[in-house]
Design a protein around this ligand. Structure first.
Ligand code: N0T
Length: 515
């Protein structure tokens, strides 16, 4: 179910608090908050769409809806702001008792300028474009132009000022994404005369880690991308700073990553100047008003998915995946993501009215199962997770038995039918690779288990005598942070391992080490 605004207005906040790991953690209404998000389609940032999508939103069990708000919509004429769409979105979100994250589509949307107002698009003199290597202007505003930066910053700060006014007390909006996949598509860098001069000059002293020299001396073939990252980060940092000054909501930027197989050239097949992983520390330092850099991660294979995620889980920057897909692979990877210490959350991109329906009937999407299982558990799970007391096992092709260990006990998650084969009982795998399990150690003898399509077996650690017995296995859920038991499981549900059915199950397990 969607998160309902809590009664006491005073308690309602959304803020980032530093944690022991030096990574900001999101707190909403005074409690740790795990984003289990859905993102509306690019052209659905209108009140009527949010209303029409209400049933689909409810079917997804998300706790936050990410909604585009564009420069084109709020500032159709320079200096004349139209808040009807924003106010309509807030009213509709409140009617549905939803929390929102707004996506500011300003200068950059997927590294082009499609969401800028007509008066920006038409005035190429005042708002200069990136000039490609062949000398052609493209549909990207150059990051070196201060006029564009200042115009965007004025619009963004107007938006934040308006939110402070109409939502500062209620906090329907908990976070704002600044731009969308900032960077330049269609050129490796700006080749305009002004940019040429900057590119041939010295690397500015505020570029982190830069030794004296020109861009090419310092970065070789990577110089165009480093140059664009420097200017793009400073630009977006200025926009974010202008907004934050009037209303200090948590702000993040998202990245179109380049750690993908194939010949991805910056500016050609992926943006140049975004916070790609090798430039992430520099980008963070140049745009300090951006609290978090999230990575859009759609990879359906686990190894590259994890490689991309880890590249963004660095000191000072918690893992945040503001976009992923809707398949079973994405749902498995979401389970993995949400179990990573300090992760802020994930969002499934591209909700449509048919989402969560099959032949016109409700049929939970794979990621909706994750969200349903994890939303109530989150306040209990997050402190354990961030203290290193959570393990996650997800099924992959050819990997149907995943072991895990805690200080006191070992376990194995077995996926698919469990059969006696040479060497013992082994999972044979689910055809849809739907197995996913989170195990959280609440106490030495108490474990919260949640997940789907799996069978979980606890065992003594190697070298420990005796056996690990199940004292009680409670099936249940959390309500307002308290565990609510629905039934006690025994017999077929526990005798051959704890059964996690395809629709999912949460269990509080008490163990007894019988030595
Ligand atoms: C996204 C979306 C939306 C397997 C594309 C993803 C969204 C934007 N871009 O549908 O337009 O607004 O942020 C780019 C990731 C591409 C890599 C896919 C590899």
């Amino acid at each position: 179910a969607a998160v309902v605004a809590s009664p006491g207005l005073q308690a309602q906040t959304s803020r980032l608090v530093p944690n022991d790991a030096g990574k900001p953690a999101l707190e909403v209404d005074g409690k740790p908050f795990l984003t289990l998000g859905i993102q509306l389609n690019n052209s659905s940032g209108f009140p009527a769409d949010l209303k029409a999508l209400g049933p689909a939103i409810a079917r997804l069990h998300a706790n936050v809806v990410m909604v585009p708000v564009s420069w084109q919509v709020i500032e159709p004429e320079e200096g004349k702001f139209d808040w009807s769409v924003v106010d309509g979105l807030l009213a509709e979100a409140r009617a549905q008792k939803l929390r929102l994250t707004l996506l500011w589509f300003g200068t950059w949307k997927n590294a082009t300028m499609s969401y800028t107002p007509a008066w920006v698009k038409r005035d190429v003199r005042r708002f200069p474009r990136v000039i490609s290597a062949t000398g052609a202007p493209i549909d990207v505003l150059t990051p070196i132009a201060t006029a564009s930066r200042d115009a965007d910053a004025r619009a963004f700060s107007a938006l934040m000022g308006h939110l402070a006014e109409v939502d500062g007390a209620q906090r329907t909006v908990i976070m704002v994404q600044v731009e969308n996949e900032a960077g330049t598509l269609g050129a490796d860098r700006d080749h305009s005369p002004a940019a040429e001069a900057l590119f041939r000059g010295p690397v500015p002293a505020d570029m982190p880690g830069a030794k004296p020299g020109t861009w090419t001396e310092r970065y070789g073939v990577d110089a165009p991308e480093a140059f664009m990252a420097y200017h793009t980060a400073k630009y977006i940092g200025a926009v974010a700073e202008a907004g934050k000054r009037v209303y200090a909501l948590p702000l993040y930027a998202n990245v179109w990553p380049r750690e993908q197989p194939g010949l991805l050239r910056p500016g050609e097949s992926s943006p140049s100047g975004g916070a790609v992983s090798w430039l992430l520390p520099q980008w963070r330092a140049l745009a300090p008003a951006i609290d978090v850099v999230g990575v859009d991660n759609y990879d359906t294979n686990i190894a590259p998915y994890i490689a991309i995620a880890r590249a963004y889980d660095i000191p000072g920057n918690p893992l945040f995946v503001p976009e992923t897909g809707a398949t079973m692979a994405h749902a498995r990877h979401a389970f993995w993501t949400l179990a990573q210490p300090h992760a802020l959350g994930i969002a499934r991109f591209g909700l449509s009215a048919e989402s969560g329906l099959k032949d016109g009937r409700p049929a939970e999407e794979p990621i909706a199962v994750d969200y349903r299982l994890l939303s109530g558990i989150a306040p209990f799970l997050l402190p354990l997770r961030d203290a290193g007391q959570v393990r996650v096992a997800i099924e992959e092709d050819g990997l149907a038995n995943v072991p895990g260990t805690f200080d006191e006990v070992d376990f194995v998650a077995r996926f698919g039918e469990v059969k006696e084969v040479y060497g013992g009982k082994r999972g044979q795998g689910n055809p849809d690779l739907s197995g996913r399990v989170i195990v959280a150690r609440a106490a030495p003898d108490r474990y919260l288990v949640t997940g789907a399509s799996a069978n979980l077996l606890f065992a003594p650690k190697l070298g420990q005598p005796g056996s690990v017995e199940l004292v009680t296995v409670e099936e249940g859920h959390f309500e307002d942070g308290r565990w609510v038991r629905e039934r006690l499981l025994n017999g077929d549900e526990t005798a051959f391992g704890l059964v996690l059915p395809p629709e999912g199950r949460s269990m509080m397990v008490t163990l007894f080490a019988n030595r």
